[in-house]
Design a protein around this ligand. Structure first.
Ligand SMILES: Cc1cc2nc3c(=O)[nH]c(=O)nc-3n(C[C@H](O)[C@H](O)[C@H](O)COP(=O)(O)OP(=O)(O)OC[C@H]3O[C@@H](n4cnc5c(N)ncnc54)[C@H](O)[C@@H]3O)c2cc1C
Length: 435
């Protein structure tokens, strides 16, 4: 009897374990397929920059790529093959490629449907326009550490090329953008004793400033000139911003923030830079402007007022206020929800369409609830027409609305840097899913 029982148990294990395994895998595959379906439905199925292409003919479904990816729910296994299931969330860590045991992954730019423009750059980071250089994500390589490395190297090449030509009359270098690439370039420019300026339309930190609060940032050790090594591999967004602030305090580096560069014009041997705050003449220009563009403006009277912002860092500061948030995407919704949590604050959300579009499921649920409770008051089909000191004027289907107002947060998307770069004369290659 015992022997029979042992055979039965062994039989059950032999059949049961694979059945259980297969059913768990099927469930995981269905969940991944659902995530991808939603991403497609919401128009979030195109990766922004460098991303993996997984060849289904080579992939054997080990899920090593899924485990290696530091971002949550970006890669998944569908029908035993690796797949990018939240394409728009991929930021190009590239760890999936290294982890794949059968070399099924290639890192590519663009997709068959949507090309990505990569500027033409030489080995010394100079573009086809002599004297104009590119470093960081704009050149196609994302990630903080890559941007830092390129920024340092570009500034070094620029200094090398300038030797013997320096003069006190014009600047040696203007660095546009104070993200990781621009900051590292500025530190290196200080080491090289260049006469330079660092300008940013927003503030130091670049794209890092726009990460969600407390986001876990995965990076690799990096060396910042004049400051030393940053060894942490994982840290919160706020800790990383603190490091950048400390770098500025310890090295005496300065950034001219809130200064957007509008044109770069080539003259004989120099460049004339026109920004929202001034005009400069420089011998070299380093574009460290990333790929995310500039926040789109409303273009209405009063918009230059200090009460208008294009990002929200500390919602806690905005208690006891009348606030208008403009926009219908995730950033606008997340800002409106965070502001609505502050005591004694009224929040209106103005959006030009008749309903919200392409937002994350969790945000959709939370904002629908907030609309019901009137903690956020929706103003669909509306547009701001004028901003005054204590009021904002909107038009909603030919009806004029005047709201008491102390702050306005605008999340109307970004203007891509392509036009700005084309005006400078920079050439691109368009990649449709190429390595
Ligand atoms: C949500 C999210 C999460 C991420 N997580 C990670 C992570 O965990 N680890 C990691 O390594 N990377 C991560 N990244 C990628 C990383 O943030 C970028 O690759 C990196 O910031 C690129 O640095 P950069 O200096 O090239 O450009 P950016 O950081 O984009 O900086 C460009 C700067 O240029 C300024 N600028 C643009 N145009 C002008 C102009 N005309 N005039 C003046 N200033 C201008 C902008 O205001 C900005 O400050 C993430 C990206 C996102 C979006």
């Amino acid at each position: 009897v015992l022997e029979t029982l042992i055979y039965i148990a062994a039989g059950l294990i032999a059949v049961g374990v694979p059945v259980l395994y297969i059913s768990l895998e099927k469930r995981k595959s269905a969940r991944a397929a659902e995530t991808l379906r939603k991403a497609i439905e919401r128009g979030l199925d195109e990766p922004v920059s460098l991303h993996p292409f997984i060849d289904p003919a080579i992939c054997i479904g080990t899920a090593a790529c899924v485990t290696a990816c530091p971002e949550v729910n970006v890669l998944g296994i569908i029908d035993n093959r690796g797949k990018l299931i939240s394409p728009a969330k991929c930021i190009g860590h590239g760890l999936c490629q290294a982890a794949c045991p059968v070399d099924a992954i290639t890192l590519v730019f663009g997709t068959e449907k949507r090309g990505v423009d990569i500027p033409f750059i030489k080995g010394n980071f100079e573009t086809n326009v002599p004297g104009v250089y590119v470093a960081g994500e704009l050149g196609g390589m994302g990630l903080i550490r890559n941007a830092v490395t390129q920024g340092k190297e570009a500034a070094h090449f620029i200094a090398d090329g300038l030797s013997g030509q320096r003069s006190g009359e014009v600047l040696d270098l203007i660095i546009i953008g104070a993200g990781p690439a621009g900051v590292a370039a500025a530190l290196q420019a200080k080491v090289e004793k260049l006469n330079f300026l660092l300008l940013d339309q927003e503030d130091l930190g670049g794209t890092i400033l726009s990460y969600p609060r407390q986001k876990l940032v995965m990076t690799q050790p990096m060396e910042l000139p004049l400051y030393g090594k940053v060894t942490a591999r994982e840290l919160r967004k706020e800790q990383l911003i603190d490091i950048f602030t400390d770098v500025f305090a310890k090295t005496g580096l300065r950034v001219q923030s809130g200064e957007k560069v509008e044109t770069v014009e080539r003259a004989e041997q120099v460049f004339h830079i026109i920004s929202t705050r001034g005009r400069y003449v420089t011998r070299r220009v380093l574009l460290a402007i990333g790929r995310r563009g500039s926040p789109r403006k409303l273009g209405v009277p009063g918009e230059k007022s200090d009460k208008v912002s294009y990002r929200l860092l500390d919602p806690e500061k905005f208690h006891d206020q009348h606030i208008l948030v403009v926009g219908g995407g995730d950033s606008a919704v997340e800002a409106a929800l965070a502001l609505a949590e502050q005591p004694q604050t009224t929040v209106h959300l103005s959006y030009r369409r008749e309903s919200l579009f392409r937002i994350k499921e969790g945000n959709e649920q939370r904002i629908t609830e907030a609309f019901k409770l009137r903690t956020v008051v929706p103003l669909f089909n509306s547009a701001v027409t004028e901003i005054q000191k204590d009021e904002v004027i909107l038009e909603q289907q030919e009806r004029k609305i005047v709201l008491p107002n102390q702050y306005i947060f605008v999340f109307a998307g970004g203007e891509l840097p392509a036009d700005f770069l084309k005006k400078i004369g920079i050439e691109f290659t368009r990649k449709f899913g190429q390595a």
